[in-house]
Design a protein around this ligand. Structure first.
Ligand code: PLP
Length: 440
């Protein structure tokens, strides 16, 4: 397969090895259902459902129609001081499926913006309640919360922070990540041991005084750093410690919301309700960029004071609640309900886990982790060339097997469609095995 010539010079690609890519570009020009099409017409199976985004498949006709209709009816309304019908409808819809007590929704355009919005809300909440001293923010090692300054600061992925080290926001600490000393490689689903890793928050609270901490942010299952499911009881323990110290708990559900764990939100899957949830990706099935921050009524209500004509939260984006994105979101919510997508996702988990863990016997594989429809296979790094083996696997899957998988360094990551067909899933992993067999 070759992709027909495309001039790739001008675009500086995000999170991509640009020079390597441009030697032999991998360019997509079409998609339908579970497949992409390249510029030369080759069909590829998408084993990453977009970028964790497109759970119901590409170009779903109901979303296409909703977007086409909306763009011809109301392309944009000013979002400050007035707004549009679709944004209100979507806010209603999302909060209706959120855990009890989460009643308000603030729109952004991306996950990164949702995270920075959530952090600002946390600071504003405490200040509004007369606890303006609560300014510290706590993240976690190996956490990913996007690339804006707030998210990067609470994030714990070293390469994303390295060149900005002196410019990260002050007053941030990190808990240790959840692959602690007790972690047993090839654990299926949640590790049994490790709830005590949450006590690292107590250590930080003791150091700074818990009364100075505004919020803790974690991904319920870390995604981008390689699929790290929380140990059993860990999230509840974090919740308890936050409650003891009056700290807000933020779940970054940019990946885990909207069915990836077989429920609307990971909060419901784990039975732990945070104070704030950040989302994006599956909110519109990835069709139009959109993020949202969902908050408890108590967080929202704390801002609602002062003269009525005053803006309560000086924050927002030109495109917050964009009507075309909101129309895509409403169509996505309809599909989730009408086609039983979350139930389908849940029913695929066992097969997905079986297939992934069958790689435990492979000579290159050092660990396999999974939860919901999130999966990671760690490859032994090549001597002196970290990431090279993962990249080779990604490219061979693309060129030799017409399969899109993601590599984060030497970790192969999988995000199957929420409505995957089991045969297609099995065939895709046969391809992955052929690729791994062919790699030195
Ligand atoms: N938070 C998490 C958990 C993510 O996985 C991501 C992106 O993958 C983000 C935030 C950032 O989202 P975006 O790329 O839409 O800014």
């Amino acid at each position: 397969m070759s992709t027909a010539a495309t001039n790739t010079k001008a675009m500086w690609m995000p999170f991509t090895a640009n020079r390597d890519f441009k030697k032999k570009p991998r360019v997509i020009s079409g998609a339908s259902g579970h497949h992409y099409t390249t510029t030369d017409g080759t069909k590829l199976y998408d084993m990453f459902s977009g970028l964790w985004t497109s759970g119901v498949g590409h170009c779903h006709p109901k979303i296409v129609e909703a977007v086409q209709q909306q763009v011809a009816t109301l392309d944009l309304s000013m979002g400050f001081q007035i707004s549009n019908d679709k944004a209100f409808a979507l806010a209603d819809r999302i909060t209706a499926s959120a855990p009890d007590g989460i009643e308000y929704c603030f729109f952004t355009n991306s996950g990164s913006e949702a995270v920075d919005t959530a952090l600002k809300m946390a600071l504003g909440y405490h200040r509004a309640r007369g606890e303006g001293n609560r300014t510290r923010l706590i993240g976690r090692e190996r956490g990913y919360h996007g690339v804006n300054f707030g998210g990067m600061s609470v994030g714990g992925m070293a390469p994303n922070r390295k060149i900005f080290s002196a410019n990260l926001i002050p007053g941030v600490d990190h808990m240790q990540h959840t692959m602690g000393p007790d972690y047993v490689p090839f654990t299926r689903g949640q590790p049994e041991h490790g709830a005590n890793l949450a006590d690292d928050l107590e250590r930080i609270a003791a150091l700074h005084d818990g009364g100075n901490i505004a919020a803790v942010i974690v991904e319920p299952v870390s995604g981008s750093s390689g699929i790290l499911p929380p140990p059993v009881g860990y999230l509840q323990r974090l919740r308890d410690i936050c409650d003891r110290h009056g700290i807000l708990l933020i779940f970054d559900e940019v990946i885990t919301a909207f069915g990836r764990l077989g429920e609307p939100f990971a909060a419901q899957r784990f039975g732990v309700t945070p104070d704030i949830i950040t989302t994006a990706k599956g909110l519109t099935n990835g069709v139009i960029p959109m993020g949202a921050v969902l908050v408890r009524d108590s967080v929202h209500d704390a801002f609602m004071q002062g003269p009525d004509q005053m803006i309560e939260f000086f924050h927002g984006y030109t495109y917050s609640g964009h009507p075309v994105a909101a129309a895509a979101g409403l169509a996505a919510m309809d599909i989730y309900d009408d086609e039983g997508i979350f139930e389908q996702s849940r029913s695929l988990e066992g097969t997905f886990a079986d297939i992934l863990h069958s790689f435990a016997d492979h000579r290159l594989v050092t660990d396999v982790r999974n939860f919901g429809l999130m999966g990671g296979i760690d490859l032994a790094p090549r001597d002196g060339a970290p990431g090279a083996r993962g990249m080779e696997a990604h490219k061979k899957c693309f060129w030799d097997e017409q399969l899109v998988v993601r590599n984060g360094g030497d970790i192969l990551q999988f995000s199957p469609f929420l409505n995957s067909n089991v045969d297609e899933m099995q065939q895709s992993f046969e391809k992955v095995r052929r690729v791994l067999d062919s790699i030195e």
